[in-house]
Design a protein around this ligand. Structure first.
Ligand SMILES: [Zn+2]
Length: 339
């Protein structure tokens, strides 16, 4: 299990440790997707359960508790995440495995039943819930009971990219721990040292500044096709149906992600004269933005964001990609009112 506290997380780490030392029993770690909040929560849980933490507060890595965690068999620890949607052991082992989008009430109840049993080691219990916005209404209500009357020496570590989606009653019983990356150079250093990434600043821009998300982009084979795809789309004679055919092996979620960030960049360039994500394609974005109708582009961006919820289960992936590209083409068509 991860015992990593990244350089940019030192403030959040110290804040969390102090909150737990004061007797806090529920923390809500919030921040951008891909800034390592899950790893931080696991490191906090390991430290909380460790028999002999190091001088910096981190878990020792060698006591009985740490060995159980490493083996995935700690009786007083639970990591609650959306379940993997497959019975196939090989699929479950794959990093690209598809997970359900919700944490169910049964998952929470099973863990709460576990909490009823006395701690095996008389050293407390730790429960990590990731991502907490995946808790459905019934699961949230089941969790609420434990948050209101927590078993002795039990800590709940909730991790959320979108805390506004949590039930207000759950939020109000947690102490907020913002995980921010105050120094972008810190993220660039980590990316350069831990990945084969050739352009850390561009990767970080594409990932909205989140280092782990940037590393995931750099490791994804689809990354090498992004520039070609957006250049094809930006060509004056771009044909959405032909582009959908050429890039038919790309997942619709990948196309959607690029279109979302690209339309954001077009609107941003129109008003601010620079892009936020695709910085290497700024001159192309600038050419399109000159004649862009901002309202049409903003509407398209909003529709693409709404599509995110359904993108992993398309009835016909090819038709969906075609429809997205045609909608894009219409939205960025030359604005006749500005001619
Ligand atoms: Zn230990």
């Amino acid at each position: 299990m991860s015992n990593t506290v990244y350089e940019w997380q030192q403030a959040a780490w110290q804040f969390s440790r102090a909150a737990l030392a004061r007797g806090g029993h529920a923390l809500l770690l919030t921040g951008a997707r891909g800034c390592g909040k899950r790893d931080l929560a696991l490191a906090l849980a390991a430290a909380y359960l460790c028999d002999a933490p190091r001088s910096d507060g981190r878990a020792c890595g060698s006591c009985e508790s740490c060995r159980w965690l490493a083996a995935g068999s700690h009786p007083d620890f639970a990591l609650i995440e959306p379940l993997i949607e497959s019975d196939d052991a090989e699929a479950k082992a794959s990093a690209a495995t598809r997970r359900s989008s919700v944490i169910t009430v049964n998952q929470i109840r099973e863990t709460c039943d576990l909490l009823e049993i006395t701690a095996h080691r008389d050293a407390g219990k730790a429960i990590v819930i990731h991502p907490a916005e995946a808790l459905n209404a019934a699961a949230s209500n089941a969790l609420l009971k434990s948050l209101e009357e927590p078993p002795p020496r039990t800590v709940f570590l909730l991790v959320s990219h979108r805390p506004a989606l949590l039930l207000p009653t759950v939020r109000s019983r947690c102490q907020f721990v913002p995980v921010r990356i105050a120094d972008p150079l810190c993220a660039q250093r980590w990316l350069a040292a831990n990945t084969q990434c050739e352009a850390p600043d561009l990767m970080l821009a594409l990932a909205g500044g989140a280092p782990l998300a940037a590393a995931a982009i750099a490791a994804d084979p689809a990354w090498t096709r992004r520039s070609g795809f957006l250049r094809a789309l930006g060509a004056p004679d771009a044909d959405p149906v032909r582009i959908a055919d050429v890039y038919r092996d790309l997942a619709p979620a990948q196309v959607l992600s690029w279109l979302q960030t690209w339309t954001y960049d077009l609107v941003q360039f129109r008003f601010c004269g620079r892009t936020r994500y695709h910085r290497d394609l700024e001159s192309i974005a600038g050419g399109i933005a000159q004649s862009l109708h901002p309202i049409a582009a903003t509407r398209l961006h909003r529709d693409l964001v709404a599509l995110q919820r359904h993108i992993n289960h398309p009835l016909n992936a090819r038709l969906l990609v075609e429809a997205m590209l045609i909608a894009y083409q219409r939205a960025v068509a030359r604005d006749v009112t500005s001619a």
